[in-house]
Design a protein around this ligand. Structure first.
Ligand code: GLC
Length: 680
């Protein structure tokens, strides 16, 4: 059951697809306080054993209790535990204790502060700064029921094309056809599976969106066509800002259509991003989305089938006004002499030029024809860009699914695209964080996601990359991406590349099964990754587990995320079969009993656990998702009672796939084997 309570004058967000009448009674469960400055606070006493799932893309554990978070889409390069916001705002949480099961969703495009037991461990105190919002309470009998009800409120998750489940190689710095070709052949020569390569900003002319360097990419269409013969797709990046430059098509047409966000005086708001001074499309307007979505056409016409949208919080490196304010601050202390406090302050003033709150208050959107200051709708910006792109794709090619993943997001954007987890580092702690983010992103509707495998910032080590890949085997988006000037991070750069190749080969063997699990989850409004509490709500140990996840129908993952670890402890909430993978053909099958276990996992090994009477399907190998044979499988599982597995298969691109007609019901017959070969 879902109830909506409305406060103030909520702005449209496009987050929900089911319009519910607002309740007239008071909001139950929560204390409500008006703070006198327009902000509203909702508070709830927490049970000592209460866990809180949700908030999607956020630092820290699967259970969010015990810290303070903020919904404020941020370009944060340093995801330490102390940051309170990342790139997306996902205002949905589920409170779960022996006494309560309650979903809370705040449809609020502005800043929201979530104190989930930080100030007082027994209190959740949630503040909407604007006080204009819709609050939804969801009550169901199970955690999965709440997740499903929320998805039915906010709409079906985005469906990527099937090839997007292949391995993707990316790096900031690939600057020409030649360079991309050599990266691709280095994979192919070593039989490292690969489906796509990303093109970062270096493919553009002066980092200008929708351009490509004529010398480096003399015939993009032909290049993409040739690569497709080898089953490889190009995935270019598009940023939010449009460079201010007369004679540059997107700027001129944006100006002609009056598409950019304005300052109070009616002039365009200008701030610098990669190309220098940029204007920012007002994605909240339908006509602007249409204009922007159509800008992808030349790339789509060149045969491109996937994009990643970036810098769409929006990230602002500096504005003229912000720089002037910082210089003025320096002038103020210039004559008075400096001490450590003033120099530290000055350092903060200058480092605070980027993504500055004053800038976010300097510009306006038009909402229903009326100007609304950006900070009040800040968290919608990336979602608006995703929507513009997805709508553009649908106009260009209504019959096929294209790949789209964004950095910034808001609930509602999960219908139009996936997201990646942003600029992580080559840190062991970020491997764990990536794992912990998955179920909360799924809960908020973002199923197609993954982190930059190997880590984006700083220098990776080969053991860390291998362990990242072992997590990536299971994440729908499996992309190795790294920053300019960091150590080369392609698999083939390392002495142990064969081991990493074998890990990627497991992904390809599992791909039809993983795709089947993903598509069933998406089409049934379910989650692919779930906290253990979803299936073992009465098992205290399972409920509080922070480093294992349920995957699909009857599986569990428990990756190694610590340096030099030769294994890890795993908690099995019931008897399971462990598949200890080394490659697609080399694995151990170990039946294990409910309870705690130390599991040896050398660097080459990673486990997948399968419940009794469930099965995992491995298909014969291939170096591209298009070359996999999804009619012959090795089926792994401990089968004790007769059952079926519903294998979902489709053409991989159709826009409205029908779940039922795409299912093959495969009979699982009890036998004494742990694996068997089938054809279907
Ligand atoms: C941002 C993106 C990153 C990209 C870089 C250059 O930092 O998050 O993925 O490589 O910009 O475009």
């Amino acid at each position: 059951m879902i109830c909506r309570y409305s406060f103030g004058t909520p702005l449209p967000t496009d987050a929900v697809v089911r319009k519910l009448p607002a309740e007239t009674g008071a909001l139950p469960f929560f204390g409500l306080q008006e703070n006198g400055d327009g902000s509203l606070t909702f508070s709830l006493s927490l049970h000592p054993e209460e866990v809180i799932f949700g908030l999607g893309q956020m630092v820290r554990g699967i259970d969010k209790r015990g810290h303070r978070y903020e919904s404020w889409n941020s370009d944060v390069f340093n995801h330490t535990e102390s940051v309170s916001s990342l790139y997306g705002s996902h205002n949905f949480v589920v409170f779960f204790s022996p006494e309560r099961l309650l979903g809370l969703y705040l449809d609020d495009p502005g800043r929201v502060v979530w104190d989930l037991g930080y100030e007082h461990r027994d209190q959740a105190v949630i503040t909407s700064l604007s006080g204009n919002l819709d609050v939804y309470l969801i009550r169901e009998n199970t955690l999965a029921g709440i997740a499903k009800a929320f998805r039915q409120l906010t709409g079906r998750s985005y469906l990527p094309p099937r090839w997007a489940f292949g391995y993707i190689q990316s790096r900031w710095g690939y600057a020409s056809e030649e360079e991309l070709r050599s990266v691709i052949s280095a994979h192919r020569e070593r039989h490292i599976p690969l489906d796509a390569v990303c093109m970062d900003i270096d493919y553009m002319v002066d980092f200008k969106n929708f351009t490509w360097k004529p010398d480096a990419f003399p015939d993009l269409k032909q290049f993409q066509q040739k690569l497709k013969e080898d089953h490889i797709r190009l995935v270019p990046i598009i940023d939010a800002g449009i460079k201010v430059e007369e004679g540059y098509g997107p700027y001129d047409s944006g100006e002609a259509g009056d598409c950019f966000c304005k300052k109070e005086d009616g002039s365009n708001f200008v701030a610098a991003v990669w190309p220098g001074r940029c204007c920012f499309p007002d994605f909240l307007r339908e006509d602007v989305r249409r204009w922007f979505g159509d800008l992808y056409r030349p790339l789509l016409e060149a045969g491109i089938e996937g994009f990643w949208n970036d810098m769409n919080e929006p990230a602002l490196f500096y504005s003229d006004e912000g720089v002037a304010d910082a210089f003025a601050a320096a002038d103020r202390i210039r004559s008075g002499g400096v001490d450590y406090e003033t120099t530290w302050w000055l350092k903060d003033v200058f480092s605070g030029i980027a993504n500055n709150m004053d800038d976010y208050r300097r510009f306006y959107h038009l909402v229903d024809g009326k100007p609304v200051r950006h900070d009040l709708v800040h968290n919608l910006y990336g979602a608006g860009m995703t929507r513009a792109t997805a709508e553009g794709f649908r106009r260009f090619d209504p019959d096929h699914r294209l790949l789209l993943f964004s950095r910034s997001s808001f609930i509602g954007a999960h219908r139009n695209g996936g997201i990646w987890q942003g600029d992580n580092f080559s840190w062991w702690s970020h491997l764990k964080m990536a794992l912990q983010m998955l179920p909360n992103l799924n809960l908020c509707g973002f199923l197609f996601t993954g982190c930059d495998l190997g880590g984006f910032g700083c220098n990776v080590t080969e053991d860390l990359l291998e362990r990242f890949l072992q997590l990536g085997v299971f994440t729908p988006l499996m992309r190795n991406h790294s920053a300019l000037h960091t150590r080369d991070q392609e698999i083939y750069r390392f002495d142990t590349w064969e081991l990493m190749r074998d890990t990627v080969s497991v992904r390809y063997a599992l791909l039809p099964w993983l795709y089947s699990e993903f598509m069933k989850a998406a089409l049934r409004d379910e989650m692919l990754f779930r906290p253990l509490a979803f299936e073992y709500p009465d098992d205290k140990r399972a409920v509080h587990t922070q480093d294992q996840l349920l995957l699909g129908d009857g599986c569990m993952i428990a990756p190694v995320y610590e340096q030099n670890a030769s294994g890890r402890f795993v908690y099995l909430p019931e008897d399971m079969l462990m598949i200890r993978f080394r490659s697609a053909h080399d694995y151990d099958l170990v039946p294990m009993e409910k309870g705690s276990h130390w599991i040896d996992l050398s660097l080459a090994e990673f486990p997948l656990f399968v419940k009794k009477n469930r099965a995992v399907f491995l298909c014969p190998g291939g170096e591209s998702s298009e070359l996999l044979d999804d009619t012959r499988f090795t089926v792994i599982g401990q089968l004790e009672i007769p059952g079926t597995y519903d294998l979902y298969r489709d053409d991989g691109t159709s826009v409205s796939p029908d779940l039922e007609s795409n299912l093959t019901h495969i009979r699982l017959v009890p036998d004494n084997a742990l694996k068997r070969e089938i054809q279907c």
